[in-house]
Design a protein around this ligand. Sequence first.
Ligand SMILES: [Zn+2]
Length: 306
Amino acid sequence: MGKASNKYRIGVDLGGTKIEAAALDEAGRMLARHRIATPAGDYRATVSAARDLVLALEAKLGARGSVGVGTPGAISPATGLIKNANSTCLNGRPFDRDLSAALDRPVKIANDADCFALSEAVDGAGAGAPTVFGVILGTGVGGGVVVRGKLLAGPNAIAGEWGHSPLPWPRDDERPGPACFCGKLGCTEVFLSGRGLSEDHEAHTGERLDASEIATHASAGAEASLQRYEERLARALAVVINLIDPHVIVLGGGLGQIERLYRNVPRLWGAYVFSDTVVTKLLPPRYGDASGVRGAAWLWPKGEPE
Ligand SMILES: [Zn+2]
């Protein structure tokens, strides 16, 4: 197995529609970035495409880098295989091992919410904070926990996956809650995903709007829907604060772009957090779409690889 250079880090963000790769220097500056369409439904072609992106960056930069990958779904600790990915050709495959073989070097892999959290913790909105909880509020709801610059990685590889815990302190009209793809009812994800906001709005108003239309007040009923969303997000984050007491919480994904959340949610969560004061910061992301590749690159922490 070849040794990686410590000159720069390459992050690969494996998405359902595109694969993106970027090289960062030690200070986190982006040296080069490429993206291509994901070969739909073809696993072998996906491995080759990721390899070719890495090699193209290296040809441009004239040296080898370390390689980290952010992927949808999760890596099963039992099998080392990808599970729960919406790009279903990845499921049941050892993508990191196959890319490692194709590139003749070790490859680190983590899910995309973990990469988002890591990117924002290392040199993003949460830079300098000892503990950061990064949340993706988008098609799904995921999260990652970073402690002193490293992802918290437990034996089940699910740290931060609070989207599939029940929405806390449910009201009577939130019980048992809508069905989630995971097989349970009333998961946090079915209330806080983009689709969750859209379906809640429709249930209360009869109007079909997508989350971005609700966020820009496309109808008179939007304000009430946004207030319900904020109150639910406050409850859901209060549980995170009670459990791990992060210094900073960063919201990514499409709904993380709704500016009022950063003003309104911290006004609401105090009613649920078990503390007389709550000084936790709720911050918008610094890197947005680039946090996928950036977090994947930072899977090799500063000081590594040797
Ligand atoms: Zn669920």
